[in-house]
Design a protein around this ligand. Structure first.
Ligand code: NAD
Ligand code: DAU
Length: 342
């Protein structure tokens, strides 16, 4: 493998993956295909060598452009998506267009040119789980974490379109022998995450003198993974994964939102109670938790950044040091949330 396309490579996780590939795999040339929506930022690729990373600004829903680019590469790693649940509740259409139609275009071109395809998906396709305290095995019994065998049960327009795109990949693999793999990862954190998302929103609220905002009571659990661990897992699957297989990516990082927010407040020297409870998200998934044993045992992957407190400290430093990166968006993001009482 020498030439790869990374769709959505100017977004949060995609750009971290491009940095990971450039830093760790010197023989790879990357073409980033990104529409530069509100969530994409050319700055996320700043400093990367121009001779190894080429940015094509374009839409994966543009079949002609996708076809033109895919014919020249060995693999496509597909990150591009409309990715925010709250936005999908306001206006689902862009989610259908990008997540379903865009994915369809990539699948068709990869099939036509027999190009290796890796599909980056989410644990949200499985719906949600009960809280640990309400489960007989306290979260460790059979069926109490997501596995590749968990039935699909998405809750939001976002997760429904991601589920739909996963099912397209499975159908193209079975019916057309597409050389594809799928990964379903849990919640990522780290640098370059858009400030509409939970962790960066709270950090940048505190940096802006705004009180952090917790949905409902904050008992919802997310399974946090550092985005660099997501990158190494995707690379392992792309290079060593079995065609047709689905791998779940997670780093055993379950935390409820209230605890995460209180940790951010502590690390930023704020009083523990200095936040507001705001309107809950409609259809809010309760708990996500990943069983990543298949990925660990089959491909020998292990996460490296499992100290959440340290990872969060570094993330806070990144947003503190990079105000120029987020400041221009802050007012609009908060105005938008305020309209919904959030
Ligand atoms: P993001 O919103 O930060 O970035 C998405 C990128 O895709 C942006 O650069 C945007 O410009 C680009 N894009 C959007 N529509 C496009 C289109 N039609 N054509 C080309 N480019 C387009 O998202 P993210 O959080 O980095 O997520 C990336 C992928 O990882 C998504 O597929 C998401 O479902 C998946 N995922 C995210 C998480 C998470 O915690 N954020 C966890 C698991 C899986
Ligand atoms: O699980 C993987 C998914 O993680 C990805 O597929 C999505 O693309 C990604 O956005 C993320 O989805 P979530 O909905 O879990 O992430 P978000 O950052 O929006 O919210 C995390 C939790 O924090 C969730 O329970 C809602 C809550 N929340 C969010 C915001 C923005 C708050 O309490 N306050 C907030 O201000």
């Amino acid at each position: 493998m020498k030439n790869i396309i990374v769709t959505g490579g100017a977004g949060f996780i995609g750009s971290n993956f491009v940095h990971y590939v450039v830093n760790n795999h010197p023989h790879i040339q990357v073409t980033v295909l990104d529409k530069l929506t509100y969530a994409g930022n050319e700055q996320n690729l700043a400093g990367l060598p121009k001779e190894r990373v080429k940015l094509v600004v374009g839409d994966i829903a543009n079949a002609e452009l996708v076809d033109q680019l895919v014919q020249d590469v060995d693999a496509v790693v597909h990150y591009a998506a409309e990715s925010h649940n709250d936005n999908s509740l306001n206006d689902p259409f862009p989610f259908l267009q990008t997540n379903i139609v865009g994915t369809y275009n990539l699948l068709e071109s990869c099939r036509k040119y027999d190009v290796r395809y890796h599909h980056v998906s989410t644990d949200e396709v499985y719906g949600d789980l009960a809280l640990r305290e309400d489960l007989p095995g306290k979260g460790e019994g059979p069926g109490e974490k997501f596995t590749a065998e968990t039935p699909y049960n998405p809750s939001s327009p976002y997760s429904a379109t991601k589920a739909g795109s996963d099912l397209l990949v499975k159908a193209w693999t079975r019916s057309f022998n597409l050389k594809a793999t799928i990964s379903n990862c849990s919640n990522n954190y780290g640098p370059y995450q858009h400030i509409e998302k939970f962790i960066p929103r709270q950090i940048t609220n505190i940096l802006s003198g705004i009180r952090p905002k917790l949905y409902g009571e904050g008992k919802n659990v997310r399974d946090w993974i550092h985005t660099d661990d997501h990158s190494s897992a995707v690379w392992a699957i792309l290079t060593k994964g079995r065609i047709g297989e689905t791998y779940l990516i997670g780093a055993d990082g379950e935390e409820n939102n209230k605890d995460v927010l209180e940790l951010i407040l502590e690390l930023m020297d704020q009083p523990k109670e200095a936040y507001d409870h705001v309107n809950d998200r409609a259809g809010h998934d309760l708990r996500y938790a990943i069983d990543s044993s298949k990925l660990r045992q089959e491909l020998g992957w292990t996460p490296q950044f499992t100290n959440f407190r340290e990872g969060l400290k570094e993330t806070i430093s990144w947003y503190t040091d990079n105000e120029n990166w987020w400041m221009a968006d802050k007012k609009a993001v908060e105005t938008n949330y305020a309209k919904k009482g959030q």
